[in-house]
Design a protein around this ligand. Structure first.
Ligand code: SF4
Length: 306
């Protein structure tokens, strides 16, 4: 894939299913409110990802500002609901990637890359040319344009998509994201086509493949069941990370369903449901074992203490 073909998408943006059609190179902005620039919040070694991603030295996370989803309960809202951040050149982002590798990170993991993907890929190519060898982890929200995902073939080593909504009503109500279930399904199908339906491990850390994440929400178990049923249509071999850490953010503190944490019984019922469907490669958390913090504090949701 020529980087220029990716960059051209900015001129009538269809990077995600919202297909705003704006020319971001001329300063127009769409739903995500991002220009055709790289806007980064921070980059750090993250020890709280799934163990094959965090390894012993951490995942090389690059937290990008804004998001193409509008999840009302977003656990990462301090970063995803705003567009503030450091504006970086492609060269500067390539340096960030190389610095993360230098500090020992096992991979480079842009978080919410979708609205900024073309410039991230340009930076990746630049960093590869300058000695970046660790895998690229594409940690996206699942509201993807499948045609754009097809363009990433050969550039992404590990896909880490969310599959948040199996029910259209939940996608619209909670994320203002019409069509989410079918866009996520088709995009994940394409990801599996590119990298397979498993996770390749070398020397104890992931080197390729896919993990699909699903945040189980309180009172929305029908949504979770539908996600798993849809995923089963692709393959039950796909590693699934069932996340239990849902924490009500200030925006939803008084929401009738989203205003509380998940119970152990709710979470366990989803684990059992996944196992009954035939999923065997599950990443499982304990419920209420940690508090989500903006700076991703020292408690590791997957059980490792940092
Ligand atoms: S990436 Fe942003 S501007 Fe482009 S289609 Fe999605 S929301 Fe709209």
């Amino acid at each position: 894939m020529l980087i220029q073909e990716l960059l051209d998408i900015y001129t009538a943006c269809t990077l995600c299913p919202r297909a705003c059609g704006v020319d971001r190179t001329k300063g127009e902005t769409g739903y995500c409110r991002l220009p055709a620039d790289i806007v980064m919040d921070c980059a750090l070694a993250h020890h709280g990802e799934e163990p094959p991603l965090s390894g012993t030295c951490g995942a090389g996370t690059i937290f990008l500002s804004s998001c193409n989803l509008g999840c009302v309960f977003c656990q990462n809202y301090q970063i995803s609901h705003g567009t503030r951040g450091r504006s970086l050149s492609v060269l500067q982002l390539a340096r960030v990637m190389l610095d993360l590798q230098k500090t020992g990170c096992h991979n480079i993991e842009p978080v919410t890359p979708t609205p900024q993907m073309p410039l991230i890929m340009e930076a990746l190519c630049m960093a590869r040319a300058q000695g970046l060898t660790v895998p690229l982890v594409y940690n996206c929200g699942g509201y993807e344009n499948p045609d754009v995902v097809r363009m990433l073939d050969g550039m992404v080593d590990i896909y880490l998509p969310d599959f948040k909504y199996g029910l259209e009503e939940d996608a619209v109500l909670f994320a203002d994201a019409p069509g989410y279930p079918r866009f996520a399904l088709e995009s994940i199908r394409e990801m599996v086509h590119q990298v397979g339906d498993d996770l390749k491990i070398e020397n104890g850390v992931a080197s390729g493949g896919i993990i699909v994440r699903h945040l189980v929400m309180p009172g929305r178990l029908d949504n979770s069941r539908e996600v798993l049923r849809m995923l089963k249509d692709i393959s039950t071999n796909i590693p699934v990370s069932l996340m239990s850490q849902y924490t009500p953010t200030p925006k939803v503190k008084s929401h009738p369903q989203l205003g509380r944490r998940l119970t152990s019984a709710e979470y366990q019922s989803m684990v059992d449901f996944a196992l009954d469907l035939g999923f065997e490669n599950l990443f499982i958390q304990e419920v209420n074992t940690f508090e989500l913090t903006p700076d991703f504090g020292s408690d590791d949701p997957f059980g490792n203490k940092t």
